[in-house]
Design a protein around this ligand. Structure first.
Ligand code: PLP
Length: 453
């Protein structure tokens, strides 16, 4: 294909994240130039339904006038200031206060950063700082889960349990370990119920803590619903049983709400949907509908009090980013939270999610759809070679990737994760738009299935 000048610049100079670098010149960039509601538009003027809210972020779509105006007003008033050494700004003070009100468990304070990775990196540092502060310097190990996704900084990538984030990066770092992924469809024993599977995973966690030494295990981190690992909804009773183990050994519970936060699972936080009582909670993405980079870390009163006492001794809490509490990001995030309320986004999700989940489950009637899973407005379908045995397709066939390509040809952006394909549309999607989204996915599946034996 003939390349535009823009494409040539991109190919020539842009080192892309999460991209097959060797193939970029051949594949070329999908140059997105504009957003409009649930749609994004490329340089040829082709319009796509963004079935993934881009990277699970843009809950209010790509052109919400109130968020745009909040950003403009903030840029005109105070485009930048910092929050070190007792400095603050009106928007960040109000945002912190609002997040404490919304929190799914009692939280004392909110720390701000710019990305999910930084929020989780900060959570790790807080966990270590806290245990030093309470005189337990040996209690530093953090357990996360295989296929969990927590970001890509050196420490957050170590928490992440996906091979591509470790391989050839010399990760994970020390003191971070991984336990089993709670994907019932893939990892349950034949005939094992969800509850029994959850019991087995909680027992395995307890064995792991005992093997590591309870005095060395500081925290456990989990996404309420795993996102990038394949949209894995926890089996019944999972978090209840996991948290019972954590409490027994005084291991902190960290909820990574970077995807689940702000309505995605049907409640304000995934922690509410799944009965999680976090000591530390991280969020990002839909905090600003993705319009500006901002993330947050909430800490419980117990954790905060020890941190405050310790920083009083040292003279400072020696952690913070130049852009922690950025006033423009804070203003847009604050407005995002107001829009969730004013437009009754949670009520909208309650009304639409049964239809969304019903449409996903409907794909189980197709020959090669082995599992359809999800909750609220997030879901996935997984393709298998044999539905009875759950035998996967040969990975070399790249079926998930091909399905995503066919969907793109049909004007729908979805995300392939192995042979699963995820949907996580903007929460503002209407019923009619949702019908159109599924019609496009239907056609993409028809095309793919026509190529299968
Ligand atoms: N945690 C979760 C659950 C995520 O899904 C992501 C990103 O997708 C992150 C953390 C990392 O966020 P970021 O890419 O903003 O660093």
């Amino acid at each position: 294909p003939k390349r535009s000048a823009l494409d040539a610049q991109d190919i020539g100079a842009h080192l892309h994240p999460y991209t097959n670098l060797a193939a970029h010149e051949d594949v070329g960039p999908l140059m997105i130039t504009r957003g409009d509601g649930i749609h994004v538009i490329d340089e040829q003027g082709r319009k796509y339904i963004e079935g993934m809210s881009a990277l699970w972020c843009s809950s209010l779509g790509f052109s919400h006038p109130r968020l745009v105006q909040a950003g403009i007003d903030a840029l005109k008033t105070l485009p930048y200031y910092h929050t070190f050494n007792h400095r603050s700004n009106p928007a960040i003070a109000q945002l912190a206060d609002r997040l404490i009100q919304l929190a799914p468990a009692p939280m004392a304070k909110v720390f701000f950063a710019n990305s999910g990775s930084e929020a989780n990196d900060t959570a790790i540092k807080i966990i270590w700082y806290y245990h030093n502060a309470i005189g337990k310097p040996a209690k530093k190990k953090i357990l996360s889960r295989q296929r969990g996704y927590h970001g890509v900084t050196v420490a957050a990538a170590s928490l992440t349990g996906l091979p591509a984030n470790h391989q050839d990066f010399d990760l994970p770092i020390a003191r971070i370990g991984h336990v089993e992924c709670p994907h019932h469809y893939r990892y349950a024993n034949p005939g094992e119920s969800e509850a029994d599977f959850a019991t087995r995973l909680a027992d395995a966690l307890e064995q792991r803590i005992l093997q590591e030494g309870p005095d060395t295990v500081a925290a456990f981190i989990a996404e309420p619903v795993m996102g990038a690992g394949g949209v894995i909804v926890p089996p019944e009773t999972y978090f209840e049983k996991i948290q019972a183990v954590l409490r027994k050994y005084e291991v902190l519970m960290v909820a990574d709400e970077v995807i689940c936060g702000f309505g995605r699972t049907g409640q304000m936080f995934g922690s509410q949907t799944f009965g999680i009582q976090p000591d530390i909670l991280t969020c990002a993405k839909a905090l600003s509908s993705g319009y500006v980079p901002i993330s947050a870390v909430m800490v419980s009163p117990t954790v905060y009090e020890a941190m405050a006492a310790n920083s009083g001794k040292i003279g400072t809490f020696g952690h913070g980013y130049t852009y922690s509490g950025h006033p423009v990001a804070a203003a847009v995030a604050l407005e995002t939270l107001k829009v969730y309320e004013d437009e009754q986004i949670l009520a909208h999700v309650h009304r639409l999610s049964p239809i969304f989940q019903g449409r996903l489950r409907g794909y189980l009637e197709r020959a090669h759809v082995g599992e359809a899973r999800g909750v609220g407005m997030i879901g996935a379908i997984e393709l298998v070679a044999d539905k009875a045995t759950r035998q996967p397709f040969d990975p070399a066939l790249k079926l998930g990737y091909r399905l995503a390509q066919y969907a793109q040809e049909e004007g729908l952006i979805v995300r392939a994760m192995g042979d699963a394909v995820a949907l996580c549309p903007p929460l503002i999607i209407t019923e009619a738009e949702m019908a159109e989204m599924f019609a496009r996915l239907d056609r993409a599946l028809d095309k793919l299935q026509a190529t299968l034996p």
